[in-house]
Ligand binder design. Structure first.
Ligand SMILES: [Zn+2]
Length: 312
């Protein structure tokens, strides 16, 4: 094996081999490289995007909790609404109401379109009419465009959008799938309006559970989760593209993370739902998995913008 490359998050060169792990889905060994500066971990080799086929979307691939079929048909039949409500409230509390202006929102990695449909049903955010755009590739993106009438752009089309096009951009459990997160983040930072909000969720590899379980942590699924973050690494990545970390407090997103793993265990899921109706239980799980410790980001207002001049 050749020497590990520079850190794809902070650009540092103190990258070392953290360990190896056998794939649970693909019968081969993967290497995890960790950055001594920011703690970002990357996986080699990258299994490619072809792994995201129809079987994957049914939950028959490396991630058994994916259920795009149900989500596409009716997101209410999944637990994702809990997460959507959370993200909606975050955006609502951040944005200043200016009722006459439409609010432009991009869901980057929109998957089966659950969040887009949730937002379309809401119609407005903070009193402002929503204008929705999605980005993804594959059969669901095509259906969202042709059957559901959403504006769905591929990466090339997105790169042609004018700078400062969106008030809110969401990346919900997307960045861990991208082998080189810097370029997409540069694009996202360019597309955000000054003062705009980036809603980003991804696993926290610095959480107590992740630290205890090491590479055995379920989130370390090397076929699909190839960029693994912690709060420090994520903040470094934001800074590199001119964004400022924005602290958040999740509730519904925490509940969703628990409930989705119980998709095939209805009795346990009902019990968990009951337990999660108690806020201290949610706070305990949040602390164990470090969900709210992962910041979102804001694009700063004013002349001191550090937005990259060459987004490509
Ligand atoms: Zn780094």
């Amino acid at each position: 094996m050749s020497a590990p490359p520079a850190c794809r998050c902070c650009g540092g060169t103190a990258v070392t081999l953290r360990g190896r792990k056998q794939g649970a889905f693909l019968p081969r060994e993967f290497e995890f490289h960790v950055c001594g500066d920011c703690g970002f971990m990357s996986v080699e080799p990258f299994s490619g995007f072809a792994i995201y086929d129809d079987a994957y979307y049914r939950g028959a691939g490396p991630d058994p909790y994916v259920d795009y079929e149900t989500e596409y048909r009716d997101w209410r039949r999944t637990d994702r609404g809990l997460e959507f409500e959370d993200l909606f409230s975050l955006a609502e509390s951040h944005l200043s109401p200016s009722p006459s202006l439409p609010l432009r929102l991009l869901d980057f990695g929109c998957g089966a379109g659950g969040f887009l449909k949730f937002l379309r049903e809401r119609g407005t955010l903070g009193g402002r009419p929503l204008e929705l755009t999605g980005h993804d590739i594959g059969s669901y993106a095509e259906m969202l465009k042709t059957r559901d009438g959403f504006r769905i752009l591929d990466l090339d089309a997105l790169a042609l959008e004018p700078a400062a096009s969106f008030d809110v951009i969401s990346l919900i459990e997307v960045i861990e799938h991208l082998p080189s997160p810097l370029e997409p983040m540069r694009l996202v930072a360019r597309l955000l309006k000054p003062g705009g909000l980036l809603l980003l969720t991804t696993g926290n590899l610095d959480s107590p559970v992740a630290r205890r379980e090491g590479l055995g942590y379920r989130y370390c699924a090397p076929e699909i989760h190839v960029s693994l973050f912690n709060p420090r690494a994520l903040s470094r990545l934001y800074a590199r593209v001119g964004l400022v970390p924005h602290a958040v407090r999740y509730h519904g997103a925490v509940k969703f993370k628990v409930l989705k793993t119980l998709r095939h265990r209805p009795a346990l899921r009902a019990l968990a739902r009951l337990a999660l109706s108690f806020p201290p239980v949610v706070r305990f799980i949040d602390a164990r998995y470090g969900v709210s410790a992962m910041p979102c980001a804001i694009k700063p207002q004013g002349p001191n913008l550090q937005t990259p001049k060459n987004p490509q």
